[in-house]
Design a protein around this ligand. Sequence first.
Ligand code: ATP
Length: 593
Amino acid sequence: MTFHELSLFFDRIEKTPSRLTMTEILAELFTVTNAQEIDKVLYLLQGSVVPLYKKADFGMAEKLLTKAFISGLQIDKKQFDQVYQKNGDLGTTIEELRGSITVIGESDLSIEEVFEKLYKLTQVTGTGSQDIKASIIIELAQSLDALSCRFIARIPTNTLRLGFSDMTILDAFSWMLTGGKTLRKQIEEVYQVNPDLGLLGKTIKEKGIEGLSKIGPVLFTPIIMMKAERLASVEKIMEKVERGIIEPKYDGFRLQIHHNKHDTKLYSRGLDDVTHMYPDIVAGIEKEVTAKEIILEGEAIGYDIQTGGFLPFQETVQRKRKYNISEKVVEIPLRLFAFDILYLNGQNLIHKPHIERRLLLNSTIKVSGDVAVDTILISPLQKMENSHQIEIEFEDAISKGLEGIMIKRDDGPYQPGARGFNWIKYKRSYSSKIDDTIDCLVMGYDFGKGKRSGFGIGAILVGVYDVKTDKFVTVAKIGTGLTDDEWRLMFKKSQVLKSSAKPALYDCDDLMNPDVWVKPEIVLEIRADELTRSSIHTAGRLLKRTKSGGGFEVDVPGYALRFPRLEAIREDKRPTDATSLTEVEEMYVAQKK
Ligand code: ATP
C-alpha cells in the first residue's frame, strides 16, 4: 500500500466524530493491509514507529522540521508564517503549501519506504544528525503529495493524535475478523499481557485469532499492571476474601522490573521505560536477584537513612526526574518492596495462585532483610486471620507512616490490566465523604475570567473512563484549588493537545462544552468532598426519548464531584487508567452508606 492511500484513511479517521465509524474505518484499513505492513501501519496510526511503551524519540523540534520543509519545498518563510498564522497548525500549513507547488520527481512512496525513513529519524544521533534528519524530511516533502505531508509533519513532532484509544484498535481487529465486537474480550486479554499492537495485528493477519493464544509475557515488553479494588470496611473485606494475606501498602510508585543477565529495565504504571531514573534500583536488582530471567513488581519508596523510616510520597516523588539523578540518589535513596512475580526463566506465572507466586518470589531474591542494607526487599506479609487482626495490621501500617494495607486472595491469579477483588486496598479514610481520590482525564478548558484570564485557562473540564463504551464521561469542571504555577503548567500542557472538534471518545453535554477541547492525554488526581447527582454531567447519565419523540431528556442523572480540587498531575497514568465509571458508581453507593 502506498503512504498516500494510508493518508486517505488517516484523513477519514480524523474527520469522523463517531467512535463506531472510526472502528469500521480502521477495520477496513486492516483488511486491505497485508501481513508485512500491518505492524508498521499500527505504529504509524499511533504517531510512532515502535510500540507506544518504547517511545520513539524523533529528536525533531517543530523549528527544525519547519525549516526542512521550507527548504525542501522552496517556500518563502513569510508565506509560511502567514499560512501558519491562519491555520494555527503545522500539519495543515505544510499540506496547504505543498498543494500549491509542483515538485518534479513526485512519487508514490510505499508505507514501508516512508516508515523506514521515519524510523531512521529515531536512530541517527551525534554530530551531523540534525542535517541527516533535515535531509530525510526534505526527501519526504519532495516525494509525497500534500495530504501525506500533513501527516508527515505531525509524526516527528508528536502531534498526530487521531483520536482513538487502544481499545478502538482492538474492536477494529474483531470487526475485521467478524464484522462485530464479539472477539474484543479475547483479543483484549492478550493485549493486557502484551500491549504491542503491531505484534497483535501481525499475528492476527498471519495466523488468525488462534495465533493470539500463543502470545504470553515477553521479557522487556511491559505487562499492563493489575489494579486493586477499594473497600471501606473490614467486614466487606472478610466477605470477599476467604483466605488471603495482608501486606503494608507503601505510598511510593509502582515499578515492573524485567531482568535477565544482559539487561534490566524498569517500567512505570503508564508503561514508560523509566530505567534511567533509578540506577540504584537497577544496581539492587543486579546484585540481589538470582533468577536468570524474571518479571517482577514492587513499590519503590524513599528511605530515610537517619531515622530508618520511609518518606512521604511528596518526597519520594522527587526521584521522578530527568536531570540531576545521581545527586538525588544520594539524597533520597529508594527501597523497592517486591510483591509479585509474573514470569520466571521462561515460565508464565500469571495464572498461578498468588500464594504460589509469592513462594517463587521469595526464592528468587537474595536479601539480608535489613532495610538499611538491601535496596530490594520482599514486601512482608501476614496470613489474614480475622477482622480484629486486619484492624491491627492497618493501624500498625498507619503508625509507620504508610498508606494502609493491601489484602490479596491466596488463590487469585495475576490479572493484567484488571481491577478486581483478588487485590483489595484498605486505606486511611479521609475527613471528606469520599474515601479516595479520583483520577480524571482533562477533556477541555474554559478561558479564564478575572485574574485567571492572564493564564489563558480558567476552568478545566474533567471526566472518568467508561470502560463499557470506551468513552470519557464528564464529572466536573475545576475552577479552584490550583496554584498559579499549576494553572500555568496546565495551560502549557494543554496547548499541544488542543483539538478543533470534540474528540470522538468524549461524551459531553452541550451545556458543558468547554471553550477549548483537549485531546486525551493528561490525567489529574482529584479530591472532592462528595459525589452528587447532576443532569449536566454524562458520567452514568441515562437519557430517554421525550414524550413527543422528537428528542431526548434525562432519565437518570449523572455523577458529579462536589468541590473538586487538584491533588496531583498523574504523569504515570494513561488516559484509560483514569478512574472508571464503575468505580465512581461504587464510591457513590459506599458514600451513601
Ligand atoms: P490504582 O492503582 O488502583 O489505579 P492508584 O495508582 O491511585 O490507583 P492506589 O489507590 O494507591 O493507587 O492503590 C494501588 C497501588 O498501590 C498499586 O498500583 C501500587 O502502586 C501500590 N502498592 C503499594 N503497596 C502495595 C502492595 N503491597 N501490593 C500491591 N500494590 C501496592
